[in-house]
Design a protein around this ligand. Structure first.
Ligand code: ZN
Length: 156
């Protein structure tokens, strides 16, 4: 983990669920899913977060309003990279509409919405709920999602 990464779960040794979430984030950081080239990508965009030095390039293959494949390239802190890894896992096979709903739910969770944090549609992404307590790191967690919004969102 990056030395300037805070322990986003706090001193939660007494809380097994928080420990588990920390493990999920580190697992995606160390073994990112969907990192690399995407066959026949139709949408690509690179964004960076200068506050932290994070860079994410999102690659999507979209056909008939559906995300057939998703991947990413980039580097940065564990939060930014784990978020991109988990996001691409959740996007594959979803319609654009479903992807944007996922984006909206994830964004609400990062702004501290407990209902959003309990939504099972987020899967592993719920491990990032603790980031809501660190406003500077919210930008790290949302970087890949900002790429998604710019590529397939209503203003794209
Ligand atoms: Zn970061």
């Amino acid at each position: 983990m990056n030395e300037h990464d805070p322990d986003i779960t706090g001193h939660g040794a007494e809380d097994p669920l928080r420990q588990l979430y920390q493990e999920v984030i580190l697992d995606h950081y160390r073994k990112p899913r969907n990192k690399g080239v995407v066959d026949e990508s139709t949408h690509t965009l690179t964004l960076n977060n200068p506050l932290c030095g994070d860079v994410i390039e999102l690659l999507l293959t979209v056909r008939d309003g559906k995300i057939i494949d998703a991947g990413f390239e980039g580097h940065g802190c564990s939060i930014s990279q784990a978020s991109a890894s988990m996001m691409t896992e959740r996007l594959k096979g979803r319609s654009i509409t479903e992807a944007l709903t996922l984006d909206a739910t994830f964004t609400r969770m990062l702004h501290g919405d407990a209902d959003a944090a309990a939504d099972e549609v987020l899967g592993d992404l719920r491990a990032l709920a603790g980031v809501a307590k660190f406003p500077v790191r919210v930008k790290c967690a949302l970087l890949a999602w900002n790429c998604l919004e710019e590529l397939v969102g209503p203003d794209s």
